[in-house]
Design a binder for this molecule. Structure first.
Ligand SMILES: Cc1cc2nc3c(=O)[nH]c(=O)nc-3n(C[C@H](O)[C@H](O)[C@H](O)COP(=O)(O)OP(=O)(O)OC[C@H]3O[C@@H](n4cnc5c(N)ncnc54)[C@H](O)[C@@H]3O)c2cc1C
Length: 268
């Protein structure tokens, strides 16, 4: 394999332009599996030294989280705990301490797993993602980055950061799985409720992290009826009946979580 180590963003985008099919490496907690199937001639670009992709900062009501920020850095950040408590709650449920030391925000997004629960939480928080290539930078709503199972619209680009409006109002986060720790989400639900209404998303409820727009409209209209909530969930979500759980199970758990969120949200 061809291993290349970029030392800054310009160098990384230049290498990516020369090797458009290269695999980027950060924490490698997902890439390690992809490498099992990679060709012996594959090019790997290690980007974990890129200072431009590190750090958390707050400015004018938004938090910028660098793509290389790890899950443990998120958890240790006072700014994240104070201003994005939903994201901190999600990070607490993520993998194990060892995995959180390596796993990055950008890697979770780029891997585009339907079970990526950090990405799902960022969708409810209406995050925007910034992408860089040799041609320059662009920003897109995170939700618009995905195009189906394990598919992104990254066009030979690196994710450099996510930008997230600071939370106001009530929120809820819950993840269900087989175990307390090292859990791949059977279902997770992230919800915020502020003066501009409900924002709800979930993991393992579709081929990508899902935003529940029908449900949001229903709840914004003051309709809290069980049958209507179930129908809205079914219209927004399309979970696979994969080997981890059936479609019916996932929808039932999601419904129970929504009911819990409505009756017992965390304070804003
Ligand atoms: C034991 C275990 C437990 C886990 N638990 C969880 C969990 O609880 N919740 C969860 O959501 N996930 C979990 N994961 C999955 C994984 O840890 C996360 O998705 C993690 O965030 C990936 O980050 P990484 O830095 O390791 O990415 P890498 O493995 O380095 O990269 C993943 C993919 O993204 C691409 N990529 C990485 N960074 C960028 C970038 N900046 N721009 C463009 N493309 C990029 C890479 O090319 C690769 O295709 C777990 C994995 C393991 C092995």
């Amino acid at each position: 394999m061809n291993y290349l180590r970029a030392t800054n963003l310009d160098e990384a985008t230049a290498i990516l332009a020369r090797h458009p099919e290269a695999l980027l490496l950060c924490g490698s907690t997902d890439a390690a599996l992809q490498l099992r199937h990679a060709a012996a001639t594959a090019t790997l670009i290690d980007i974990h030294a890129l200072e431009e992709l590190k750090g958390v900062s707050v400015d004018d009501g938004y938090m910028r989280i660098g793509a290389l920020v790890t899950l443990n850095e998120l958890l240790r950040s006072d700014a994240v705990r104070a201003s994005l408590p939903l994201l901190a709650a999600c990070a607490e449920t993520f993998g194990s301490h060892q995995i959180r030391n390596l796993a990055t925000v950008g890697g979770n997004i780029a891997n585009a797993s339907p079970a990526a629960d950090l990405t799902a939480a960022l969708v409810a928080l209406e995050a925007t993602v910034t992408l860089a290539s040799q041609g320059g930078e662009r920003s897109v709503p995170l939700e618009a980055l995905f195009c189906g199972y394990k598919c992104t619209k990254l066009d030979h680009e690196l994710i450099t950061a996510v930008t997230v409006p600071l939370q106001t109002g009530d929120w809820y986060y819950r993840k269900a799985g087989m175990r307390e720790r090292l859990n791949i989400a059977k279902v997770s639900i992230a919800l915020t409720h502020g003066s501009d209404g409900f924002r709800i998303s979930g993991a393992s409820l579709g081929s990508n992290p899902v935003r529940f727009r029908t449900l949001e409209t229903l709840l914004d209209g003051g309709v809290y009826d069980d049958a209507a909530i179930k129908a809205a969930l079914e219209s927004d979500a399309d979970p696979s009946g994969g080997y981890r759980s059936t479609k019916g199970y996932r929808l039932r758990v999601a419904f129970n979580m929504i009911k819990e969120a409505l009756s017992r949200p965390e304070g804003g």
